[in-house]
Design a protein around this ligand. Structure first.
Ligand code: PGA
Length: 268
């Protein structure tokens, strides 16, 4: 069995951590402006040191506004989803080329999309291909639900999600993706995983799957975030883990002082 520190060891000191705020369906355009105003100076200073990448992912309507407010700063804007077709009769959808005009990142396969909007592993894979074809960096979410966790199926589920997400991706494309390990039972529940628990899943199941699909170099190069009830108090515990390269933050990314504190915890 693969150990979490096996192989060609590149510690997370060699991967730049990335912290993304997933605002979900929160904030009107006016509220988005207010939040960016409260975040911008502190986050710019932190990101300018080059030791963390920071991404804000508002709802679609606010993406252009937020992106414009972040121009000239090292903070990046991202979207929370995209459709895989480039244009046409797909009412309600937003295409990769539309997003590429305004933002750099896109969250793909969030468990809420899988759960409430019927997204499958195959959809997730198509979206990743579409994003990469338009120079958008995907933040790909994987994670097991409570029943799967309790049944001891975490490794199997997470490994399978990573394999499905990467189907047809060339080695150099795989290098571009960010993976977010988000156990569903930890999202929005206040019950975060432990640092050590998340570290083990990421090392064994996520980097393990990448090593099988590609090689150890890719397994160690891809950045993997933890997500699920990350807050200002527990963030440092996750960032201290060798396999964890930052966080995907939901609720706490809506509260300026909390999100700033989380970003500060990673540069320490
Ligand atoms: P949470 O959400 O931080 O509110 O648990 C994380 C996420 O869903 O990305």
């Amino acid at each position: 069995m693969r150990g979490i520190s096996d192989g060609l060891r590149i510690t997370n000191a060699m991967r730049t951590p990335i912290i993304a705020g997933n605002w979900k369906m929160n904030n009107t355009i006016a509220q988005a402006r207010e939040l960016v105003n409260a975040l911008r100076d502190d986050l710019s200073r932190l990101a300018a040191r080059g030791s963390v990448e920071i991404v804000l992912c508002p709802p679609f309507l606010a993406v252009p506004v937020v992106a414009e407010m972040l121009q000239g700063t090292p903070i990046r804007a991202g979207a929370q989803d995209l459709f895989w077709e480039s244009k046409g009769a797909f009412t309600g959808e937003v295409s990769p080329s539309m997003l590429a005009e305004v933002c750099a990142y896109v969250i793909i396969g969030h468990s809420e999309r899988r759960q409430f909007f019927g997204e499958t592993d195959a959809h997730v894979n198509k979206k990743i291909h579409a994003a990469l074809a338009h120079q958008l960096k995907p933040i790909v979410c994987v994670g097991e639900n409570l029943a799967q966790n309790e049944a001891g199926k975490t490794a199997e589920i997470v490994g399978a999600q990573v394999r499905a997400a990467c189907a047809g991706l060339a080695r150099e494309q795989a290098r571009e993706i960010v993976i977010a390990y988000e156990p569903i039972w930890a999202i929005g529940t206040g019950k975060a995983a432990t640092g050590a628990g998340a570290n083990a899943v990421i090392g064994l199941s996520i980097r393990g799957a990448l090593a099988d699909l590609y090689d150890e170099e890719i397994a160690q190069a891809v950045r993997v975030q933890y997500g699920g009830s990350v807050n200002a108090k527990n963030a440092a515990e996750f960032f201290a883990q060798a396999e964890i390269d930052g966080a995907l933050v939901g609720g706490a990314s809506l509260i300026a002082p909390d999100f700033i504190a989380i970003c500060r915890a990673v540069v320490k």
